[in-house]
Each structure stands twice: as structure tokens, then as C-alpha cells.
Design a protein around this ligand. Structure first.
Ligand SMILES: [Fe+2]
Length: 314
């Protein structure tokens, strides 16, 4: 059976893609960002997923204000990089996984999540930048290390889906993957954010306190996050901070309890807070990691206190 083994949260700042494409990754400004993903790339090489589901948002590349699906699942065999105004990014064409994507579509739609099916779709930086951050810089004539199922979410035009709806869609995706008969290791990405606002009087807004609390709760208490209304994202994390609801699809697709494998946070990249987290489901049958032993001194103190109580009682 297929199973989701881990979730990855990652910002998808377009300037990160431009830094890669223009050979600027070693410049001090950008090295600060890219060095935060070195451990993640090593983790990904070791994990070797068979397929990745990538939740992202389209930035008027495949869709436009004329037509914006709330949730759109890519069921095509391949997804070429979109021309975002300066030519397509020099990255390989993304290979899809139509059999699993169609299975997810069927399972999720029968679970009453009305996805749009995309049998032809170009993908923009929202998807290819996190792929670079986790898979590395890959020559456009080469290939990405695993096939990808894109899931595009409308977070660019009001009304976007609620965090709760996103979380529940993640749950439905988890169920869909678990009922797929092929033995596959699946990872799921939530992308976008963290706090940022790119226009208006509050352009440049970054709220690190909010971002860090979001990452903490994503790891330990996601139910706190599903209750956050849109207006709180807007007020606290900026107009584009609403992208963070996409991370809740990723989290909903994981087990209730997860192990935080890695986290990275830096500000800014362009005008955005860069957040990244890797959350792993525990292997089947595995127990939670052992709790840290209390220091011996504390143990002795408690034993002495108990003895004292006994003395008083006797
Ligand atoms: Fe975005």
C-alpha cells in the first residue's frame, strides 16, 4: 500500500528561483537562505520518496482572474515550467503520476471535496522553487528525482478556502493515498508564506513571532491553527500570509502525532519571511521517541522528599 511518510513546509519566494537561475546562490545574501536547506536536501536524498504531492498556488500562470479553481489537482503525465514573464525557468519538466493522481481525485471527490481536474497545466515558481530547495539545482535537461502530483489552491483571489477546509482536505488525501494498492513512499509539501505583504501601505510586513508560533503549532498542535480566520492571517501575517493555509493541507495529511525532523527560518528573502519544516510520520509500529531522562539529581531530590513525607506520616 502507498503511505505518506513525511510532510514538508517551504516558502516559495520567486526571488529564490531567480537567485538559482542567475547563479547567485553563493552570494552572502542568498547563501544565508540556501544553507538552511542543505540538511533538508540530505534528508531528501536519504528518504528517496517515490512520489511527491506538492500543494502550492498558481500566480496567474496556469489560471488567471478569469478562472480560478479553489482546489485543482494535476492528473497529467507532465507539467512544463510556465513562462512567468521572463521565459520559463530553466528547470526540468515535472513528471506527473497520473495513476495515483486519478486515484486521489476519485477518492477525494467521493469524500465530497470537489476538486478541479487538470489534465494539462503549466507550473510556476510556487511549485518549482520548493522543488529546487528540497531536491537541489537540477539541470533542465536532466530530471527531477521523483514524479510529482501538483495540487493548486486559490489563495490569490477572495475567497480562499479556510484553514479547516484545507486541513480536512489533507485528511482526505491521506485516506486516498492509504487506499492505493502500489507500495509507494509518498511525501507531501505545503508551500507559500510565511508572513509577507508585497503591496499597499504595509508592504514589507514580516511578523516573526507569528511565524514561529505557526511552526510550533504545526508541529505540536495543528488544531489551534485550523481555527484561525482569514482576517487574522491578513492582519498578522500580511495580505500574502494567507498562503500559509496551504501548509494545513500538508499537516492534515500526516498523522496526529509527528516528529519534527528539521526546521529553518530566516528573514528576509526578497520581502518575505522564509520558513521551512520537515515533519515525519512515525514508522508503522514504532513507538514515540523515548522521553528525556530526568537528571539523577532531580530523582534523588524526589526520593528524599518522599522519604521525608513517610517520616512525617509514620
Ligand atoms: Fe506565492
Amino acid at each position: 500500500m502507498a503511505r505518506i511518510i513525511a510532510g514538508i513546509g517551504s516558502s516559495h519566494v520567486p526571488a529564490i528561483g531567480a537567485a538559482i537561475d542567475n547563479g547567485k546562490t553563493e552570494e552572502p545574501y542568498w547563501k544565508r537562505v540556501f544553507s538552511g536547506f542543505e540538511k533538508s536536501q540530505a534528508w531528501m536524498r536519504e528518504t528517496k520518496p517515490d512520489v511527491a504531492i506538492i500543494v502550492y498556488n498558481d500566480h496567474a500562470s496556469a489560471f488567471s482572474v478569469d478562472m480560478i479553481p479553489t482546489f485543482a489537482l494535476g492528473c497529467a503525465a507532465e507539467f512544463p515550467p510556465a513562462d512567468e514573464g521572463w521565459g520559463p525557468r530553466p528547470v526540468p519538466v515535472v513528471q506527473g503520476y497520473p495513476a495515483l493522481a486519478s486515484h486521489i481525485a476519485q477518492s477525494v471527490i467521493l469524500d465530497e471535496f470537489d476538486l478541479t481536474i487538470c489534465n494539462k497545466m503549466e507550473v510556476d515558481h510556487g511549485m518549482t522553487v520548493p522543488m529546487n530547495l528540497l531536491f537541489g539545482n537540477i539541470d533542465k535537461n536532466s530530471h527531477w528525482p521523483c514524479p510529482v502530483i501538483p495540487l493548486a489552491v486559490n489563495v490569490v483571489m477572495y475567497p480562499p478556502p479556510t484553514g479547516h477546509r484545507c486541513f480536512m482536505l489533507g485528511r482526505a488525501i491521506r485516506k486516498a493515498v492509504a487506499s492505493y494498492p502500489e507500495d509507494l513512499k509518498v511525501v507531501i509539501f505545503g508551500t507559500g508564506g510565511l508572513s509577507h505583504q508585497i503591496s499597499g501601505p504595509r508592504a514589507g510586513l514580516i511578523n516573526s513571532k507569528w511565524d514561529k508560533a505557526f511552526l510550533d503549532n504545526l508541529s505540536k498542535d495543528p488544531q489551534k491553527l485550523v481555527k484561525i480566520p482569514h482576517v487574522d492571517y491578513m492582519r498578522e501575517a500580511g495580505a500574502e500570509g494567507i498562503e500559509m493555509v496551504m501548509w494545513l493541507i500538508m499537516r492534515g495529511a500526516l498523522d496526529e502525532k509527528v516528529d519534527e525532523v528539521y526546521r529553518f527560518y530566516t528573514v528576509p528573502a526578497s520581502n518575505t519571511a522564509v520558513g521551512h519544516i520537515i515533519l515525519a510520520n512515525r514508522a508503522r509500529g514504532a513507538k514515540a521517541p523515548p522521553r528525556k531522562h530526568k537528571p539523577a539529581a532531580a530523582k534523588h531530590k524526589r526520593a528524599a522528599a518522599r522519604a521525608k513525607v513517610q517520616q512525617v506520616r509514620s
